[in-house]
Design a protein around this ligand. Structure first.
Ligand SMILES: Nc1ncnc2c1ncn2[C@@H]1O[C@H](COP(=O)(O)OP(=O)(O)O)[C@@H](O)[C@H]1O
Ligand SMILES: Cc1ncc(COP(=O)(O)O)c(N)n1
Length: 259
């Protein structure tokens, strides 16, 4: 069985983070493992607390995983501090991890900071260059390329700018676009638009986490990045379309739509 490791934060309400990742990986028929960077006290209305693990304990989790069940792909989500980012980068290099997907989580949909301000530089310098693909949403893309994004042309320009400091591909997600939910993959100098249809569903908690885990599943199975992104886009669209109405805020996705 193919295996996927998620390195991310726990979401107590089960919609995003580690919980979304494990649901996604399981729904793809792969074996999920996790290294938890932080506990969050969170629900569909917001993030009410964050408790980070120590760098030593994160290293301990990663050693246990890599020495025993080597992951076929690794997805990285919320990592809130520079010290934790450095541990992950060191361990991924030490164990020669392959098929790394980095979702550069910075701010939750509900507006809470999930990455310390001083940690962005470390993320860009140490972790992002290890990734086969990074998957910023539009606000994250604006931070990474230091420009405003208003349209598809801006997304293309931003992807090229970001690719100057990443070694891998860039997927600029269009979920925050006001018009369509079209994502842009920029890989080896080529643009590929993965178009979607905007689904009228206010419950989008965990869409980014789910998409990046689904991409990691495709890569773990040996699919190309392009095919992995297309399949992940279909998965997220299915989970949004199936709908769930839980909680008082932006609720979670429905991962059971294929069952
Ligand atoms: N309302 C929507 N309808 C269809 N697809 C959506 C919608 N909202 C987000 N998506 C898709 O979900 C994925 C995650 O995108 P996005 O919401 O931009 O990320 P994040 O959760 O990191 O902010 C992308 O593939 C995006 O196109
Ligand atoms: C632990 C954790 N990781 C990631 C997110 C981002 O997800 P979203 O953008 O849907 O709020 C989150 N809210 N919590």
């Amino acid at each position: 069985m193919k295996t996927v490791l998620t390195i991310a934060g726990s979401d107590s309400s089960g919609g995003a983070g580690i919980q979304a990742d494990i649901k996604t990986i399981t729904a793809h028929g792969l074996y999920a493992m996790s290294a938890i960077t932080a506990l969050t006290a969170q629900n569909t209305t917001g993030v009410y607390g964050i408790m980070e693990v120590t760098p030593e304990f994160l290293a301990n989790q990663l050693d246990c995983i890599f020495k025993d069940i080597y992951p076929d792909a690794v997805k990285i989500g919320m990592v809130s501090s520079a010290a934790l980012i450095e541990v992950i980068a060191d361990k991924l290099k030490e164990y020669k991890a392959a098929h790394i997907v980095v979702d550069p989580v910075m701010v939750s949909t509900s507006g809470s900071r999930l990455l310390a301000e001083d940690a962005s530089k470390t993320l860009i310098k140490t972790l992002i260059p290890l990734a086969q693909v990074i998957t910023p949403n539009i606000p994250e893309t604006e931070v990474l390329c230091k420009m405003d994004i208003k349209n598809a042309g801006d997304m293309e320009q931003a992807a090229v700018k970001i690719a100057e400091f990443t070694k891998g591909a860039v997927l600029v997600k269009g979920g925050h676009d006001l018009n369509d939910a079209n994502d842009l993959l920029y890989e080896a100098g080529t643009f590929e638009w993965i178009n979607g249809e905007r689904i009228e569903n206010p419950n989008t908690h965990g869409t980014g986490c789910t998409l990046s885990s689904a991409i990691a599943c495709g890569l773990a199975k040996g699919d190309t990045l392009s095919d992995s992104v297309k399949a992940a886009k279909e998965y997220i669209s299915g989970a949004l379309r199936a709908g769930l109405n839980l909680g008082h805020g932006s609720g979670p996705l429905n991962h059971m739509f294929r069952i």
